[in-house]
Design a protein around this ligand. Structure first.
Ligand code: GLU
Length: 476
């Protein structure tokens, strides 16, 4: 039998970190075991489900590379399976695994109040449940019944949860669940069961907000003659403050992080570490995750999303990423920012590659990387206070000599360094006394990677233009 997991999002809004972590675990588990990972769209809440939200789910999965194995790439949409659900409902009604219930909402309210007044737990009392030798009332005219599942009335339902261990519930605790509404539409728990059976799901990995549904789903599944899958309920992802994820922190759309310059492999790495670990490994690739991932290592306690740690993880992946990919991304960002107005020619792509390699150890996101390297194409807007502080008239003779030497040397990093050293010697200066003002003149910053590399990347024309402009200003 093929091991098969699924991700079953309800397309009612954006996809947040908690949602996609569930998808990642199910995906990694299937990939680790050489099984299949299927995608099912749970769109029966027609008021809240939209195609736009489905598209966001698909975009997130595509960005993260969470590929799925639906036959023919066809997604399973619950709304398209209504005839199938109705067929199963009809079979269950026909052989007594389910029954019509005509109890009206007012009657249920009265029942609940009476039970609570007696100190009992409110529950449906089975008044329409057929039993041997029990006379049922005549169906009231003009009332559309709901369909209830005939839950076992005694014994227990239990499962060995992949995360929580053994869970056992007394059937007496479970109502006869409504599985179809008066208009005949099936309810959520019923659809999930029929889908999990039809899709031959062997392992359900989902958030533990569904743990109360599981005993009901297992009973329905058994009534349908199927063997329940293995369930693993993953603990909640909390925000940095220990509260439920909300829009304030991580509940932003996963795609916001892409736009902010997070790499998909960093997102996967960070998500995997929310509630799962492999020894002390903090930074790992998708391939390593697939190699290592398994359900027993999922932690039973809730985990916290830490934005600072995520930024660090991203910086580590930026250091390891294929340079060509980074360059392509940064190039697109420079165009979008208007730093460059047309795609760069091959020579300039070479220069961009050098700039990306120089700056990538210093940034946490690709947005920062694009900002840093943009100085090689756009003159920085340097605060005049910073220039006044560092580019002082006393420095003019040294800057003059530096300009003259840079104007005629061969444009190589090593030569630029040699010319700077020569100017230091001629004027009795120490490196920072020249290098910091030069950095400010060229980049608008006092700290940069090695100044000779920065000058080389800026290009001779730009370097001379920027230094000459400063010389003119301080000699006035
Ligand atoms: N549609 C449910 C959700 O988005 C998932 C149900 C399941 O995985 O069984 O929470």
């Amino acid at each position: 039998m093929t091991l098969r997991t699924r991700f079953a999002p309800s397309p009612t809004g954006y996809v947040h970190l908690g949602n996609i972590r569930t998808a990642l675990f199910a995906w990694a588990f299937a990939r680790h075991h050489g099984g299949e990972f299927l995608l099912r769209i749970e769109d029966t809440d027609q008021e809240r489900s939209t195609q736009a939200a489905v598209d966001v789910v698909l975009e997130v999965m595509d960005w993260l590379g969470l590929n799925y194995d639906n036959p023919g790439d066809k997604l399973v949409y619950q709304m398209r399976r209504m005839p199938r659900y109705k067929e199963v409902l009809a079979q269950m009604l026909a052989d007594g695994r389910a029954y019509h219930c005509y109890t009206q909402p007012e009657e249920l309210d009265a029942l609940r109040e009476a039970q609570m007044a007696r100190g009992e737990k409110p529950r449906y009392d089975g008044r329409w449940r057929p039993e041997a030798g029990k006379a049922l009332p005549a169906p009231p005219p003009g009332i559309q019944p709901v369909i209830r599942f005939r839950n076992p009335s005694s014994g227990t339902v239990s499962w060995d949860d992949g995360v929580k261990g053994r869970v056992e519930i007394a059937n007496a605790e479970l109502d006869d669940l409504i599985i179809a509404r008066p208009d005949g539409t099936p309810t959520y728990n019923f659809c999930v069961v029929v889908d999990d059976i039809d899709m031959q799901i062997t392992h359900v990995i989902r958030g533990d907000d569904h743990v109360n549904n599981t005993p009901r789903q297992i009973n329905i599944m058994r009534a349908l003659g199927a063997t329940p899958p293995v369930y693993a309920h993953t603990p909640t992802v909390l925000g940095p403050d220990g509260q439920k994820l909300s829009k304030r922190h991580g509940a932003r759309s996963v795609l916001d992080y892409r736009d902010e310059g997070y790499l998909p492999e960093a997102m996967i790495n960070m998500l995997a570490r929310l509630g799962w670990s492999h020894g002390d490994e903090e930074i790992f690739s998708r391939e390593q995750l697939v190699e290592w991932f398994d359900v027993p290592a999922i932690s039973a306690s809730a985990s916290r999303f830490d934005p600072e740690k995520f930024a660090w993880i991203n910086s580590e992946h930026i250091k390891r990423a294929d340079p060509g990919r980074l360059v392509e991304d940064v190039h697109a960002r420079l165009l979008a920012l208007g730093v460059i107005t047309a795609p760069l020619a091959a020579d300039d792509i070479g220069r961009l590659t050098e700039a990306v390699m120089l700056y990538r150890p210093r940034v946490q996101t690709l947005v920062q990387l694009a900002e840093e390297v943009s100085l090689f194409w756009r003159h920085p807007n340097t605060a005049s206070a910073l220039r006044d502080q560092h580019l002082v008239p006393a420095l003019a003779p040294a800057l003059r000599d530096l300009c003259d030497r840079l104007a005629s040397c061969e444009w190589q990093t090593a030569n630029i360094a040699a010319e700077m050293k020569a100017v230091l010697a001629m004027h009795g200066l120490k490196m920072p006394q020249l290098a910091i003002p030069v950095r400010v003149a060229i980049t608008g910053q006092t700290q940069t990677p090695s100044v000779d590399a920065v000058l080389w990347l800026t290009g001779r024309d730009q370097v001379l233009a920027r230094l000459e402009a400063e010389l003119k200003r301080i000699s006035r």
